[in-house]
Ligand binder design. Structure first.
Ligand SMILES: Nc1ncnc2c1ncn2[C@@H]1O[C@H](COP(=O)(O)OP(=O)(O)OP(=O)(O)O)[C@@H](O)[C@H]1O
Length: 248
């Protein structure tokens, strides 16, 4: 049985099919990538999987049970959490308190939530920043807080929406092992990512969305060598131009 199954999911906004008949599976214990050009429908698909949006049609199954349109807080309690592309820490709260917001899902007592937050802060490399106001952190620090907040809900499946966007190459190199360690601790990861260096390093399998459709699935090396993927990113005819088969 697949851990997560996305079955023929479509999402229409007026005349626009943001996601069109998308199907793919995520294996338990994997780091799976979801890539594609801007506007391909990746965030919309995440919103559907995490219960923030109800698809026009199709189903999401998790551990064999249908979870389509189950509310986000119910899914979080069941072990499915997500991060957001635009990170918005609670500005008046410290890093410790921000991460504890996630931990309160599992603990009623403040002391317990804070203890879990401190444990998670170590996992995401924020121990030295625990007392700082979250708003005082760099982009990279705020991304770690967002990751920590989701991790503090103790997910079994973690959806990461562009955690590496806006980071410089050395910051990306620093976060890649953090994501890998999260998976190694038993959390299945599905990540939207534009930073291909990280996708190549981290993901065992990748699904490519373009104009709402899954156009390729495979290992990172397989999908980047797929002509349809090259064309989705670089335009019609790009694949044959790159391989020297035609002249622009
Ligand atoms: N609530 C909405 N109402 C109308 N159109 C929407 C809505 N949400 C997304 N869209 C449209 O759906 C399409 C897919 O958007 P989505 O944000 O899912 O793409 P994406 O692949 O995540 O893009 P990016 O990589 O730029 O974040 C876009 O054309 C977007 O404008």
């Amino acid at each position: 049985m697949s851990f997560l199954q996305i079955r023929n999911v479509s999402m229409r906004f007026g005349g626009l099919m943001a996601v069109s008949d998308a199907s793919f599976d995520v294996a338990e214990g994997s780091i799976t990538g979801l890539i594609g050009p801007n506007g391909a429908g990746k965030t919309t698909l995440f919103a559907i999987v995490s219960g923030f949006q109800k698809p026009t049609s199709g189903q999401v199954l998790w551990r064999g049970a249908e979870i389509t349109a189950r509310p986000p807080h119910v899914l979080a309690a069941e072990g499915l959490s997500r991060t957001f592309q635009i990170v918005q820490p609670f500005a008046g709260l410290s890093v410790r308190e921000n991460i504890a917001v996630g931990a309160f899902l599992r603990h009623r007592r403040r002391a317990d939530a804070i203890a879990l937050a401190e444990q998670v802060a170590e996992q995401v490399g924020l121990t030295a920043e625990l007392d700082k106001p979250a708003a005082a952190l760099t982009v990279s620090g705020r991304k770690r807080v967002e990751l920590g907040k989701a991790l503090a809900t103790q997910p079994k499946l973690l959806l990461l929406d562009e955690v590496l966007a806006g980071l410089n190459p050395s910051e990306v190199r620093d976060i890649v092992p953090v994501v890998r360690a999260i998976r190694d601790s038993g959390v299945t990861v599905l990540m939207i990512e534009h930073v291909m260096q990280a996708v190549m390093n981290l993901c065992e399998s990748v699904h490519v969305l373009a104009q709402g459709r899954i156009i390729a699935s495979g290992t990172p090396a397989e999908v980047v060598a797929t002509p349809a993927v090259v064309e989705a990113y670089l335009g019609h005819g790009a694949a044959s131009r790159l391989s020297g088969g035609a002249h622009a």
